[in-house]
Design a protein around this ligand. Sequence first.
Ligand SMILES: [Zn+2]
Length: 385
Amino acid sequence: MKKIITLATLGCISLSSLAEAQYVKTTDNAYLQYGNGGDRLGGSKIGFVDNGITLRVIETNNDLYKVALSDSRWAYIPKEYTVPTTDTTTTVNTGSWSIADQGSKDRITVSLPRRLAYRSYTLLEPSTIVVELYGATDNSNWISQRTPSLGMVDYVTFNQVESDVYQIVIRLKSKYQWGYKIGYNGNSFTIDVRHTPEKLDLKHLTIGLDAGHGGEYPGARSVNMGLLEKDVNLDIILRLQKLLEKEGAKVVLTRSGDTGPSMAERKKIWRDANVDIAVSVHNNSGGSPTAKGTSTYYKHLFCRPLAETVLNRMLETGLPLFGLVGNFNFSLNGPPEFPNVLVEGMFMSNPDEEKLLADPKFRQKVAEKIFAGLKDYLKQVKSAK
Ligand SMILES: [Zn+2]
């Protein structure tokens, strides 16, 4: 009965929107967005979150829910990654913390009575991973380090930045980060911080490669010659694969022929193989035939050094600079588990660059430059060790 009284007082809000669940629980592959905007890559993503997280719905917006993360913060989530729940969110207290070196990673565990939403980002100089837990208030009386030393983490601490926003700060020993994985183990919140690989030579590393588009998704079509992006991307990737394997690297491809796996499938292939570095190759297309040049892209700041070394080598091909692009919303730049970069070789919509792309010798050169950029990156990390 109480609900009916509330409805009457809300006047302008439609009955149908109020009839929907006020609380939802996340399902597999759920992700949060900052806003409700969308371009061809979708709304700007905060990041993926685990299943089983309860969120209060503030309003519905076409196929999105606007949900509360804390008293003062909200985000959007696609409805398709939620189910209604009778559970209701309240602020919870954090439990004990621990941190331990587990061989190839350092694991940080924060015990919680329920799963909460989170976001993470990285900073450079000093090298830091920041994780925000929404709906958590500090009640942790100690942070126990369980092993005498840690491989990557220097120390951890926290800030209660708002009464219900708990910020975990992880300071790293190395200037170069090697990625991290966040998730829940039951209700325990875990952050696995990857160590820098012990041997930074290609023969000890697994490299994930991705040729953009494929199968029924051709990507861009070049302006005069009708080259399909999916074909040239694959050609460059297969050339790069040969160069890497010649040096003893293990290569994991998201596709080796004319198939079009989904973004989720591509990411799963890399994650399952626990790749050390990942590279996706595309070629660009612009509205105007004058758009030109080569570019590399990253989302997480810790991937910027890799994007830089690859871009610097790509410029040796003689292609002009289109840009070093950060905070990129491309799905395969999303995983924070390993350094990754997207290369947009050149513009297929530009008549001069189209001619270069049509030449197998030039495509070989592109593969060689990406290869050299990867090696430069490894050298940089090694010299900082
Ligand atoms: Zn593309």
